[in-house]
Design a protein around this ligand. Sequence first.
Ligand code: NAP
Ligand code: MG
Length: 494
Amino acid sequence: MPSRRTSPPRPRASLIFGDLWEFDPAPETADPKLKPRYDLFIGGRFVAPRTGRYFDSVNPANERKIAEIALAGEADVDAAYAAAARAFGPWSALPGRERGKYLYRIARLLQDRAREFAVAETIDGGKPIRESRDFDVPMAAAHFFYHAGWADKLAYVAPGAAVSPLGVVGQVIPWNFPLLMLAWKLAPALAMGNCVVLKPAETTSITALKLAEILQDAGLPPGVVNFVTGAADTGAAVMGHPGAAKVAFTGSTEVGKRIMRQLAGTDTRMTMELGGKAANIVFDDAPIEQAVEGIVNGIFFNQGHVCCAGSRLLVHEPVADAVIAKLKNRLRVLRVGDPLDKNTDLGAINSAEQLSRIRRLVAAGVREGAVLYQPPCSLPGKGFYFPPTLFTRVTQSHRIAREEIFGPVLSILTFRTVDEAIEKANNTPYGLSAGVWTDKGSRILRMSTELKAGVVWANTFNRFDPASPFGGYKESGFGREGGRQGLLDYARLS
Ligand code: NAP
Ligand code: MG
């Protein structure tokens, strides 16, 4: 097909079939309806922080400031917990079907404003618009719908036991799926009758504050949900607050451990959704083309900023060369660049800090003797970008095989037997997810039993459903989000 370019050429962001094809820009143009400044959301209102301080939220695709976000201090976190405590009595006393109505309303209002939220998510965090539009926002709405459905059926969550809410719950979330992680946290807590104080990540607070507008429009009683924005100190204040009956954290294992030390000796309940270093295992009888798509999706979805990313490819020796050759071809046609372009496959890395972490670990991979492959690809001059990257000749002892890179970097190892694949896959402190590609059902069953991972995907990867519990083993954390099990983590049983 000849080039259809009509507008002046933009800087080349990617290569299609070598140098033959170039796509026209296809920017998403919906208005994200951003405010220049966002205050805290406490007691149903937007309030200025008592610290008097604000920090910038930046678009990682071009390093431009997009809004100012309030910096919450301890007094603000206290105020949020006080508002939540006041709201808890009446909220938990509502019949479940009434709480469910609020959750349905939130879900529908989010669907109404889906495009606007998708653009806001992409501008604030750097993920491709295709993903925020087709995954993050619809999945967030799905979590509210799913838990709305549970709200009047709580008697069936734990047959034989009565369930009741815990009280005020403190929640802290990361920057990789800002709105979706928020929905994972809010929906079950609210359905069960808890009230919430939540801190989004410093680099991606905007969709939480836009959701606060929806909570107002839905008429959610003041104080049921409170958002306090800020960085690590604000997070520590939310997690360590004496008013929290339970804390729920999603983020790195390192910070999770710090919170566990902070709360040791208290009776605050905890759930931890932490890091991962998933093995994606391809056997020689797998449908190879399909597996290659699954490998690409497993590691390049959301620039690899995914806790359950398939960041270690374990490939059966007889098909290793073929799989690697196909992967290299596939990488050459991935489009890296403007996250707002509907054709973009890999958007911006979330922050300068994350980009330097990726660069550090990739340099360690080269230094330790793994072989690097990056397709020819020119990156935009401004903003934080990293090309899709493969490492071959990786061994178990390499840092790139052991540490979570949280970027578009795949470490490839090989194996000869099923036992060796299981041994290598489990040889990690993490245990969040794994993938298995094979034609043999019996092998899938064996692998899913022996892999120490909270989720095992077979002949697919990165599939999610609100009805399916998600969570880790070992240093990937404890507790589940989604499904009946996720609700139980917000309930007292008697
Ligand atoms: P992070 O550095 O651990 O931060 C997570 C959240 O904790 C952020 O809101 C952060 O605030 C806050 N925080 C930092 N220090 C804190 C402290 N001392 N006390 C309380 N809160 C504190 O992780 P991240 O870099 O944002 O996210 C990436 C990590 O999240 C990866 O390891 C990934 O695997 C994990 N993750 C896990 C899951 C899962 O379901 N298992 C899902 C998504 C992500 P600031 O960012 O504002 O400083
Ligand atoms: Mg930002």
